[in-house]
Design a binder for this molecule. Structure first.
Ligand code: UD1
Length: 366
């Protein structure tokens, strides 16, 4: 009998991590049965469905339909429904990715039922407890049986916290598996042209962290810097950011209509990667984009005081930024005065099979 693995997907950054895992498990039907569970944290077509299509993921086997809400509402809603599902379906292992609310909610639920938990992208730490993701990472890593890490700094973080070596498995960056599989096709698309951009002559912006976007005055200050940049910028706007912009009328308050900052709706995986691949620079507060730009050798400015992905700075193309430092950093990029990164070890497109090897071995005899 194959072992039943619950694979949890909840929000946009999860889908490109889950896809290679699902595929690698589906290729071993004699030993593993992946069951794809969508908790529903992200539910819009362009925040969820389009990724299933682009990444070749089947429709979820189970949709918990929990939706948005406050952190407590999301977490509690997922826990109640996921507990019922675990009790009826009795999975052999629950595999979670990343650091969103459902990562933590499903891990805690499974661990309390005595079901083994595997965390993919374990060990990342910003040491910034104002980030909900840092709390999710800490809790998930404390209770997970298998901690699959993307880089040696993550192993070190776990060791410092007293995690035993037997739980730590350095396997590389799962998100790069999806990128490696998609990069050739994404390069050939024309999304950047359809948005009025020329290859190598524009920047891409994504901002959605509460610390950047929830305060309208802070977001307005960011827009003031962006509209003064001597480069067209394309900004696919996250629903959270869009809500603040609409409520406070930032479009007209910051003169966005007459600027070179082009606003767009969130894009699918291929179209968005097409934009990134052809861009001159990335400005973001996302976690994953710091890694994707390092892999693609695109200069990245991360508008945050810290990062849980320091290897993108020490080895890759990333720098932290503040609103005040942005203009100088953008000038340096445009002058060609930017570091050349290297791709970290094991960011090679075959992390998923390495993970599945470990899972198979872990489940023998259980
Ligand atoms: C969540 C993750 C964050 C991740 C981000 C990527 C947590 C704590 N945060 O933040 O780590 O980087 O996803 O997008 O889990 N909304 C929609 N449609 C959707 C999804 C969300 O309109 O499909 C709205 C929600 O109703 C809410 C807002 O966007 O008002 C924020 O959504 P939420 O899932 O709470 O958090 P994110 O900011 O997306």
């Amino acid at each position: 009998m194959p072992k039943k693995i619950f694979l949890i997907a909840a929000a946009r950054p999860n889908f490109m991590k889950v896809a290679p895992l699902w595929r690698a498990m589906a290729q071993r039907p004699e030993s593993l049965l992946p069951v794809l569970i969508h908790t529903g944290q992200h539910y819009d077509k362009n925040m969820s469905d389009v990724f299933f299509e682009d990444l070749g993921l089947p429709s979820p086997d189970v949709h918990l339909g929990v939706g948005g809400g406050s952190h407590a509402e999301q977490t509690a809603g997922v826990m109640v429904k996921f507990e019922e599902l675990c009790l009826t379906e009795k999975p052999d292992l629950v595999m979670v990715v990343g650091d969103v609310n459902a990562t933590m909610a499903t891990s805690v639920t499974a661990a309390k039922l005595g079901i083994p938990v595997a965390h993919v992208e374990a060990g990342l730490r910003s040491r910034d407890m104002t980030m909900p993701e840092e709390i999710n990472r800490l809790i998930t890593d404390t209770i997970a049986d298998l901690l699959f890490t993307p880089s040696p700094d993550a192993d070190e973080n776990l060791r410092i916290e007293g995690v035993s070596e037997t739980r730590i498995k350095l396997v590389g960056n799962i998100m790069i598996d999806s990128l490696v599989r998609s990069v050739a096709k994404a390069r050939d698309l024309k999304a950047y042209q359809e948005l009025g951009m020329e290859t190598g002559r524009y920047g891409v912006v994504t901002l959605h962290r509460p610390a950047n976007v929830d305060d309208p005055d802070n977001l307005a200050r960011i827009f003031d810097v962006l509209t003064a940049v001597d480069l067209p910028l394309i900004f696919p706007v996250h629903p959270r950011t869009r809500a603040v912009m609409v409520e406070h009328d930032l479009g007209s308050r910051c003169g966005l209509v007459d600027s070179r900052l082009v606003l767009a709706d969130p894009l699918g995986y291929y179209d968005f990667m097409n934009l990134v691949i052809h861009s001159r620079l990335m400005l973001t507060d996302s976690g994953g984009l710091q890694e994707e730009t390092t892999y693609l050798d695109i200069p990245c400015l991360t508008l945050r005081p810290n990062t849980e992905r320091p290897i993108t700075i020490t080895q890759g193309t990333n720098e932290l930024a503040t609103i005040d430092s942005l203009p100088g950093q953008i000038s340096r990029i445009l002058e060609g005065n930017w570091k050349k990164g290297v791709v970290p070890d094991l960011w090679d497109g075959i992390t998923a099979p390495r993970i599945v090897d470990v899972v198979e071995e872990f489940l023998v005899g259980r």
